[in-house]
Structures are given as structure tokens and as C-alpha cells.
Design a protein around this ligand. Structure first.
Ligand code: B3K
Ligand code: ZN
Length: 850
């Protein structure tokens, strides 16, 4: 398959001003009639052939300005020779036939449990009709849907309807990837919103009958998002109607189609009995994210797919700000950094590393990555920190004013910030083109009353990028004295050189530095701090992020030592510091849960590997259990503490209550280490009426091999609720002890409820196992690798996007010992050798093997 390069960008030869579509729905033979008002692009070379993208379309008829034209489409589209086109504007018409029921890739028009829906980003519209399917072609859409479904939806506002048909018009020019259509037997949960300028907007969340009572939280999150975008960014909604549809079969989280967001039902439906605190938090964040795209993505879109971070990085940054405002900012920041490190640092350190704005791709769907999204958001966070909140807001105002209605590039974005702030951002812009996670080194000296901090930066090579240049790195730093008082409050150090010194004068004694406060840049801080300094910062740092970070790094290093030398006892100083944090009345439960939450097995694995041979993941797990058990023994009165955290009254997903449940769940986990029969977890499982505590308890029962009865009871109760049943699958895949994990997931895939063509279900088993059960997946005999490869091979012809995504589980293969490397390599080769492997999977496996 060909490589697409940013440097090859050329403007479209023809533009589309208006699109008229008529759908006659039929599972096996849907007819799509398209009428496009087109004209030559004044900014492109004249006299070019007209090339239209189209895949898996049966062309029934085509016409130019009403005159039939015979064309022979190829596998990727069709070409109308320039000679067949008039000089000026013209009308293109085509009627095609498609089969939504056979569309298992879930891209284009497909069916989910009898309902029709679409997913067009990035390049799904070409599976619906012939079109210049690229984001810099923006048009208004008028859509007529004919079908016997009670609900027929498309973008924009409804204009007319009758029995068996409906018409829609979207006045805002948009790229084809934002087109959407939904048809089905749906019911809606309705509400309304009055915008800041007093316009009334109808809000509707469409779900399958029976799910109406699970929409209230999503609706509330939507209204809060709409208000927040007005107060924080001055952005109002721009149509009379905003719709969300929940779909069970979906390749990712959700999609921001104009006025008609389509969601994985997992991120819409919630009730206390069926959704966990984490589900509620994700629903809030994703509802906000998709809504925020209306301005950052839809009104201002991307010129080409290399600019994906223009909308995704910014929109993630906005949804993170929103969630921080709605909940606890420090807790949200810590969670975001944990996720960045787990997914993006991992990506940046392996064969799939790429810049926030990639230079080339084979399949664009493979670039909806943690780097584009989460690192893209971090880059904007750094801009925010460097220019300050006020200048940031001015820059964003200018961005909306200057670029509304356009398809833009990262250069446009940077220029807006330069114009609004007068800063030269040439060096800063390297964050968009340079892949890899920078390492920050620290040297200190103290003379007289002057403390000097010398910072160094370097970025290891990544595939295709051997040389790295210095970046602009905002390093938020504060200084504490030995008594724990803050002697220099947070100051933003701007590191621009490979090596640079910063001085602090007027200090009475050598201070303790607190660096990279709030995680001010997405870098790895290599500071050889000793345990005592970390314990000191855990106890005293005024910056909540760094307070957590100190405890986290201390725990991680202690665990790494326990892995390297299995006789090392659990460090008493660490345990004392953790108990002190637990007893600190100034800290809230959510924060305590994070401090007491241990690093992931992968995190510990990586730490060990930095200066020792790769450990056996099973040994990492043993160290985690040993430390957990030691901590459990040291905390007096675990049952009383758990009881004291109980939230009185009816379940509410608010952040405070969720924080209490998070901490009590962590303490329950500790207590369970001391109970051979997991008696308390059993009791919680039997008693609780909310899904958060149910899953906490069930997870502990699975982990400790006490779950047979609970799993059976859970299945019996929830077998008809697909989202809850996903949890039943996933908890077993992730938490079954490693010796039996492969056999367990194997059995789960043979279960009558294992519907492998539904991505949520497949991810619940295969994804949770490969990404969430490190010791089980990396079992020394390679059975875990074979299991994953078997599924990738089976799934690839059905759903390439989800296959390629799951294949990323192999991206860390070089981190392991030689035996495991050989076993993984063998499986990767097995996949690569398949005939007719999809473009998606070919690219990912090829890059991993490279
Ligand atoms: N923009 C979509 C993602 C589309 C993924 C295409 N493979 C969801 C989002 O980021 O909001
Ligand atoms: Zn997005």
C-alpha cells in the first residue's frame, strides 16, 4: 500500500459547494443518490481530471450537468477526464448501491442491532458515495432518508418529514467526515438549553427502547459542557438541535458529527446499578470532548489528516480543563498524567513512535493515537503555561475569529499564538515535529546564598528520527526549606538549550527543589533523588501533583529494588510515609487513593529494565503483592477505615463520593491480601447496590481466586445488559492470576455470550487481557502471544481498524528477554505472512517489526 506524505499535499482540484443526498435504506441494497454542486478550485491548477474517492460502491448511474456519463470505477474511486467537464461550475450526479448489513468494518454506513448508522472519520464517506473525501472540501448538506424506521436522522436541522421519510439540512459547510445518518427504532431523552445570547436549543439523546432511564447523566454533562464552552471560550452552539445517538457496535469512543454525535453506548448509558464511578467520569469527559469539537474540529477543521492534532490535541486539552473544573483539578491532572505515561510514553519509546504531527502514514486510522491526542493536548498545555491564561484566551479568540469556517494547519495555529502574544514560537513548534519523550537531567549547587539549578535535555532517537534538537520546555519549579516550608513559590523556568542554568538568590540554606510541578511538560525527569527526599516531598510539597509524584516514584523505585533482589524487604520508610498520607486530615480521599495506588506492573517493569536485564513479569507481580501485603499489615483497623468511608444515602456519581469509594476500594484490596477467603470482598459484593463497589469486590474475588459463585451470580443478573456483561468478561481477562489467565480468556472466547464482532465485547476479553494482565499475557511459554495473534488473524478481514489497534499490544516486544522476544516475533511474523492482510494491520505490524 502507498505511503501518504505531508509534503505531497496539493489543494483539491475541484470544490463542492452543496451536497444533496437521498438514501433509500435497505440492509442488502441501500441506494444512495448524490447530487454535488462543484466547481474548479481557483487555488489549484486548472484543467485537471476530476478524481472522486469511492470504495465498495456499485455505480448504477452517473451524470454531469444532467447528461449520462459511462465510467469505470477502480478499487479506490473513479476519474472523470477533464475533457468531459465544462469550464466553470457543474453538477455531478451519481446513484450507487451499498450493503450496510455486510459492513463489518463499521466504517461508512453499517448496521448495529437492526439500526443503521454511519462512521465517516477519517475516510468512511467514500464508502457511501463517490466524493472528494478529504477535509479541505467543505460543503452544505441536504439529506433525504427513505426507510420504514421510526427515527430517521441526519446532520443539522429537520426540514420536512412524513411517514417513511425525513429531510434534513445542515447550513454549516462541513467536510464529508462529519456527515452522519441514523435510522432505527429509537427513543429519545429530551431536554433543552438556552444559549448565552438567548437562543433555544433542543437536546435529544437517542437510545434503544428500554434505555431511556440511563441518559440523565449524559444529558446533564452535555448541558454543563455547553455552558462551560460559553463561559470559558465564548463559544455558543450554532444549530437549533443537538442530538446524540448511542450505538452498541462502534470502533472507538464517539464521533463529533455536526449536530448528530454518535457514541459508543458505553459512553452514554449510565445508572448507579450498571455504571461505575469511572464510567460516569468517562461519560462526562467524552460528552464534553465531542461537544467541544463543534468549534474545535467542525467550525474550524483540519486541512488534511496530518493536522489531526489541530482538532484532537486542542479538544482533549479543552475536555481536560472542563473535567478539572467540574471535579478536583489535582486529581484530574494526576489521572491524565498516569494515562499519558501508560499509553503515550509507551508509544513514544517503541517502534510506533511518531511526532504529534506525523509526516507520513499508510492508513490514517492508525494515527488516532495517544501521541496525537494526549501528547497533542500536553503541547497545548505547555503553550498555555508559557503565555499565561489571559494571552491564551486572546489567542483562542483570534483563532476563532480568523479561521472560522476554514480547514487549517498547525502553522495557522502557531501563527495565531505568535500574533496574539508577540512571541516567536519557531523553536516551540518542534514539539509538533519531533517524536520521542525528552529526558530532563538535573544538577544542583549551593554557594553563599545562591542555589543554582542546571537542567539538561535530550531526546532519544525514534524510528526515522536519529537526531533530536532542544525543545522549549516549561519547567515549573518551587523550592522548599528543610523544614518543609516553601521558600520560593512556583516559577516557570523556560529551558530552551540542551543545558541551561537557573539561579535562585537570597536563600538561607540549601533548599529541596520541587521540579516539574503540575507535570508542566511531557518529559521524563531523571533526578536521582534519594528515598528520604521523596518521602520529604510526599509529606511537604505544596504542589499536589508533585506530592503524589514523590510518593509514586518512591513506591516504584522500592518495587524495582524488590524485583531486582527478591530478598529485599518492603521498605519500612515507604510504608510509614504511605500510612502518614492515609492519616493526613488535609488530604481528600480521592487523592489518598491515588497516593496509595501502586504503579502498574509495566511501570515497575520499565524501571527495573533501565539498569538491569528485563525481569520476568511474573516476578514484578510477586513484588507488587509483597508490598501490598506488607502495607496491609501495617495499617491498623482496615475494616473500620473502610466502614468510615461509606457514603451515606443514595448513590451519587459526584467526585467526592467517588473519591471515598476509590479509597475504600483500595483499602478493601489491601484487606483482601490478609484474608484467605476474601470474606470482606464477598460481603461487599453481596450487599452493595452500586456497580462501582460491585466491580471492586468482584475484581478482588477474581484476583484472589474466590470468584466462582460471584461470577455466576453476576452473569445471571446481567446477562441481558451488554455493557455490564462486558465488565464480567473484562474483569476476568484482566485479573485472573497469570498461571490460568490464558486458559480463562480462551474459555471466555468460547462462551455463548462472546460476540466477537462487537468491538466492545472483543476488547473486553482480548484487549483487557493483552493490555491489562501483564504477567498473564507475557507467560513464558508464549501462550498469551499466540492467543492474541490468533484473534488478530481472525478479526482482520472483518474489522481492520480494531485489529490494528489491538496489535499495538505487541509494540513493547523489544523490552523483554530474548526468549519472549523470539516468541512475540514469531507471532508477529505469522500475522505479517497472511495473505490479504488489511492496510491497517499491515502498517502496524510492519512498523513493529521494523
Ligand atoms: N474524531 C473521532 C475519532 C475518529 C476516529 C477514526 N478512526 C472521535 C474524537 O476524537 O472525538
Ligand atoms: Zn476528538
Amino acid at each position: 500500500p502507498p505511503t501518504i506524505r505531508l509534503t505531497d499535499y496539493a489543494p483539491p482540484a475541484y470544490l463542492v459547494d452543496a451536497v444533496h443526498l437521498t438514501f433509500r435504506l435497505d440492509p442488502a441494497a441501500t441506494r444512495v443518490a448524490a447530487r454535488l454542486s462543484m466547481r474548479p478550485n481557483p487555488h489549484a491548477a486548472p484543467g485537471q481530471d476530476l478524481r472522486l474517492d469511492g470504495e465498495k460502491l456499485t455505480l448504477r448511474a452517473a451524470a454531469i450537468d444532467g447528461a449520462r456519463i459511462e465510467l469505470n470505477p477502480d478499487a479506490e474511486g473513479l476519474t472523470v477526464p477533464a475533457g468531459a467537464l465544462p469550464d466553470g461550475p457543474f453538477t455531478w450526479e451519481a446513484e450507487v448501491e451499498i450493503a450496510p448489513k455486510d459492513n463489518t468494518a463499521l466504517e461508512g454506513l453499517y448496521m448495529s442491532k437492526g439500526m443503521y448508522c454511519t462512521q465517516c472519520e477519517a475516510e468512511g464517506f467514500r464508502k457511501i458515495t463517490f466524493f472528494p473525501d478529504r477535509p479541505d472540501v467543505m460543503a452544505t448538506y441536504t439529506v433525504r432518508i427513505e426507510g420504514d424506521q421510526p427515527v430517521l436522522l441526519s446532520n443539522g436541522n429537520p426540514t420536512a418529514q412524513g411517514p417513511g421519510w425525513a429531510e434534513w439540512h445542515d447550513p454549516h459547510p462541513k467536510p464529508s467526515y462529519l456527515f452522519a445518518l441514523v435510522a432505527g427504532d429509537l427513543v429519545s431523552h429530551d431536554d433543552g438549553f438556552v444559549t448565552a445570547s438567548g437562543r433555544e436549543v433542543a437536546l435529544k439523546i437517542y437510545v434503544r427502547p428500554g434505555d431511556q432511564h440511563k441518559c440523565a447523566y449524559a444529558m446533564d454533562a452535555l448541558k454543563r459542557s455547553m455552558r462551560w464552552d460559553e463561559t470559558e471560550y465564548g463559544r455558543e452552539y450554532d444549530l437549533d438541535l443537538f442530538m446524540i445517538v448511542a450505538v452498541d457496535d462502534f470502533n472507538m469512543g464517539a464521533m463529533e458529527n455536526k449536530g448528530l454525535n454518535i457514541f459508543n453506548s458505553k459512553y452514554v448509558l449510565a445508572s448507579p446499578e450498571t455504571a461505575t464511578d469511572r464510567d460516569y467520569e468517562l461519560i462526562e469527559g467524552i460528552i464534553a470532548h465531542e461537544y467541544f469539537h463543534n468549534w474545535t474540529g467542525n467550525r474550524i477543521t483540519c486541512r488534511d489528516w496530518f493536522q489531526l492534532c489541530l482538532k484532537e490535541g486542542l479538544t482533549v486539552f479543552r475536555d481536560q480543563q472542563f473535567s478539572g473544573d467540574q471535579r478536583s483539578r489535582p486529581v484530574k491532572r494526576i489521572e491524565d498524567v498516569q494515562m499519558l505515561r501508560t499509553r503515550q510514553f509507551r508509544e513514544d519509546a517503541g517502534p510506533l513512535a511518531h511526532p504529534v504531527r506525523p509526516q507520513e502514514y499508510i492508513e490514517i486510522n492508525n494515527f488516532y493515537t495517544a501521541t496525537v491526542y494526549e501528547k497533542g493536548a500536553e503541547v497545548i498545555g505547555m503553550l498555555h503555561r508559557l503565555v499565561g491564561a489571559d494571552a491564551y484566551r486572546r489567542a483562542l479568540d483570534l483563532y476563532f475569529e480568523r479561521h472560522d469556517g476554514q480547514a487549517c494547519t498547525i502553522e495557522d495555529w502557531i501563527e495565531v499564538f505568535e500574533d496574539a502574544t508577540g512571541r516567536d514560537l519557531t523553536q516551540f513548534a518542534r514539539w509538533y515535529s519531533q517524536a520521542g519523550t525528552p529526558r530532563l537531567g538535573v544538577e544542583e549547587s549551593f554557594e553563599g546564598d545562591t542555589y543554582t539549578l542546571t537542567l539538561t535535555q535530550s531526546t532519544p532517537p525514534t524510528p526515522g528520527q536519529a537526531e533530536k534538537r532542544p525543545l522549549v520546555i516549561p519547567v515549573a519549579a518551587g523550592l522548599l526549606d528543610r523544614q518543609g516550608a516553601e521558600v520560593v513559590p512556583t516559577r516557570m523556568l523556560e529551558l530552551t538549550e540542551a543545558r541551561q542554568s537557573f539561579t535562585f538568590e537570597g536563600l538561607a540554606a540549601r533548599p529541596v527543589p520541587s521540579l516539574l510541578r503540575g507535570f508542566s511538560a511531557p518529559v521524563i525527569l531523571n533526578r536521582t533523588a534519594d528515598d528520604a527526599e521523596r518521602a520529604f516531598l510526599l509529606a511537604n510539597d505544596t504542589d499536589p501533583f508533585n506530592k503524589w509524584e514523590a510518593g509514586h516514584a518512591l513506591t516504584r523505585d522500592v518495587l524495582a529494588r524488590m524485583v531486582r533482589a527478591p530478598d529485599t524487604p518492603a521498605d519500612p520508610e515507604l510504608l510509614t510515609a504511605l500510612v502518614a498520607a492515609l492519616d493526613d486530615p488535609a488530604l481528600d480521599p480521592a487523592f489518598k487513593a491515588l497516593v496509595l495506588g501502586f504503579p502498574t506492573a509495566e511501570d515497575v517493569f520499565r524501571t527495573v529494565r533501565q539498569d538491569s536485564p528485563p525481569p520476568d513479569p511474573a516476578e514484578v507481580r510477586v513484588a507488587l503483592i509483597r508490598l501490598d501485603t506488607a502495607l496491609a499489615r501495617l495499617i491498623p483497623d482496615l475494616p473500620e477505615r473502610i466502614r468510615a468511608l461509606a457514603v451515606p444515602g443514595r448513590y451519587s456519581p459526584d467526585a467526592d463520593s467517588a473519591g471515598r469509594r476509590a479509597l475504600s476500594g483500595r483499602l478493601l484490596g489491601l484487606l483482601t491480601r490478609l484474608e484467605p477467603d476474601a470474606a470482606t470482598a464477598r460481603a461487599v459484593f453481596a450487599r452493595t447496590d452500586n456497580m462501582t463497589e460491585t466491580m471492586q469486590a468482584l475484581g478482588l474475588l477474581v484476583r484472589s481466586d474466590n470468584a466462582d459463585a460471584a461470577l455466576a451470580a453476576f452473569h445471571a443478573r446481567w446477562k441481558d445488559d451488554p455493557l455490564v456483561l462486558d465488565k464480567w468478561f473484562s474483569v476476568q481477562a484482566a485479573l485472573t492470576p497469570p498461571e490460568r489467565a490464558v486458559e480463562t480468556v480462551q474459555a471466555l472466547t468460547e462462551h455463548a455470550d462472546f460476540d466477537w464482532k462487537t468491538p466492545n465485547r472483543l476488547r473486553a476479553v482480548v484487549g483487557s487481557f493483552a493490555m491489562g494482565n501483564m504477567a498473564g499475557f507475557h507467560r513464558a511459554d508464549g501462550a498469551g502471544y499466540r492467543f492474541l495473534a490468533d484473534w488478530l488473524i481472525k478479526l482482520d478481514p472483518v474489522n481492520p481498524q480494531t485489529t490494528a489497534r489491538l496489535a499495538g499490544a505487541f509494540e513493547t516486544w523489544r523490552q523483554f528477554d530474548e526468549g519472549r522476544q523470539a516468541l512475540i516475533l514469531h507471532q508477529l511474523q505469522r500475522i505479517a505472512d497472511r495473505d490479504a492482510l488489511s492496510r491497517d494491520t499491515t502498517e502496524i505490524v510492519g512498523r513493529i517489526l521494523d
